[in-house]
Write a protein of this length. Structure first.
Length: 182
């Protein structure tokens, strides 16, 4: 899943610096959502509701605090969604003797995921939360297959194709639509 070429290709059109103001758009699970920043005297939080992402903060001018809250929200959602994907996809490879790995999340510059076979862990790019669930499922399956074939051999791709015949379409969406917004 090395996408170095695609990532470098889109750097010049990278989105401008975030301001975390109402009306700004944020990608989540493959769709763009408008942000609504609202002042609160209660707990600061981020909520997704009816097609909007609401950012409740005590100080609407505190850029660092708004950025931190959004990052924490994305990370919580990534943990939840990525583990749901593992629960959905793992049964496809379980019959091949693949032990169920754990998931770790990290920001990565050049790949969507990595199979850490010696640690029985799948490392997923935190930016993957911006992709549709079916693309997340593709990355999870791709990494799970590495626990059977720790390479990109013909056998690896035969297994990938047999378990997810439309994997190339899912990969193309990641590489063409999601990368451009990173």
């Amino acid at each position: 899943l090395k996408n170095v070429g695609q990532f470098k290709e889109v750097q010049p059109i990278k989105q401008s610096v975030r301001e975390y103001v109402s009306g700004e758009t944020f990608r989540y699970l493959g769709k763009q959502y408008r942000l609504r920043v609202q002042e609160t005297t209660e707990e600061e939080t981020v909520k997704y509701f009816r097609g909007f992402i609401y950012l409740y903060v005590k100080d609407t001018d505190n850029l660092n605090r708004k950025a931190k809250l959004m990052d924490e929200w994305y990370r919580r959602k990534a943990h939840l969604i990525f583990n749901e994907s593992l629960e959905r996809i793992y049964p496809l490879v379980e019959k091949y003797g693949v032990e169920k790995p754990s998931i770790d999340i990290r920001l990565m510059k050049a790949r969507w995921g990595s199979a850490l076979t010696e640690k029985n862990t799948i490392l997923l790019n935190s930016e993957l939360i911006k992709a549709p669930k079916y693309c997340i499922d593709y990355v999870v399956l791709h990494e799970l297959i590495h626990f059977k074939y720790n390479d990109h051999s013909e056998k690896f791709y035969q297994m990938l194709y047999s378990l997810m015949p439309d994997w190339e379409k899912r990969k193309a969406i990641l590489d063409e639509e999601i990368v451009k917004d990173l």
